[in-house]
Design a protein around this ligand. Sequence first.
Ligand code: GLV
Length: 308
Amino acid sequence: MSVLLTLFPGQDPLSWKTAFAELLPDEAVWLDSEVPDPSLVELAVVGARPQADFSHYPNLGAAFLLSAGVDHLIRGGLPEVPIVRLADPAMAHSMAIYATYWTIHFQREFERYRADQAQHRWEARPTSVPADFSVGILGFGTIGQVVANMVGSLGYPVNAWSRSPHEANGEKHFAGIERLDGFLAASRLVVNLLPSTPETVAILNRERLAGMEPGSFLVNIGRGVTIDTEAMLEALDSGALSGVTLDVFETEPLEADSPLWDHPSVHLTPHISGDTLLATAPAVVAANISRWRRGEEVAPIFDPSRGY
Ligand code: GLV
């Protein structure tokens, strides 16, 4: 039995290999440079490798991703086998903390107090309460639900949008593209968790951004392509949007000459809201590999018809 391990650039291959080898003692675990014969590779654990050529492995039975998204693979060519995405609760928790931090930052006006400090200005404003600051979760999958629970537990009213109906758990649910405008209009801050699919590219377009409550906020921890960046900058300049935080971008790394770097109302981080963690991801993936070997159900499986 054998597993091929391909990694993100920057990941320490040996630590990852050691983690998988310990968790899967019945498997031979090879880094791609170590594969003795491509026909021996039965399963692949896949980081970002845009040039990956899976046709190289004629006996590949399934691919297990070290990421929640599949878009990097789509660009490089998808293997013709079941693709299991990463659903790591620790990653979801990390993204929820990120989203909650920015929710508090904007709701408590920390931005303005920082600017006041720079001017040596002492000016207390009435403090708003979470109950008056509704947070919209755009993309209500497993990660979105963890974000909703965290901000909801602090008293922020939660709106949730997804393609199809979900059972409500305290949040106000908006299902289907025809309810997206209503969802945006009802949310003071939108946390975007949408994946990159043919349907989500520039889903936050000029009209939709203009339809948000004036002075609202946007936090993008899904994929960069889901927002029309030019329209978002216009919305910031017109005051339709008060502030945005971006962790993901159409092109990563962000181009050196992007206007986003210097915009006073844009906060940005280099795709770190939900890292793939060496401390937790191998166990999640190894458990799925063991289930697969036993012929049991594994999840979440990439569904090409949905694009995620
Ligand atoms: C990160 O963006 C991931 O897809 O896991």
